[in-house]
Design a protein. Sequence first.
Length: 94
Amino acid sequence: MSFQAMTWAIKKELPCHQKMVLLMLANYADAQGKSYPSMGVLSKNCGLSMSQTRKSVVELEKLKFLRRYKRIRSYGQTSNTFTLSLVKGDDALP
């Protein structure tokens, strides 16, 4: 878990669902701001439906708080990689 990422996410003024998803992604983030939870895990941990979780991720992408990359394995797609935009304005992290 990245405490810097959690602190960064807490400071964001967002609607409840979006903030919960951002906080959970920050909870899973490594030192580079990357996290890999599946949408099912993210949904369950946030206490949201799958559709609300997906919608929140899309909105967070539009707001440029994160980027989502598909991870493809030889057997098909696995969980996405989420990269948090930890450097944004006055909230730049070391």
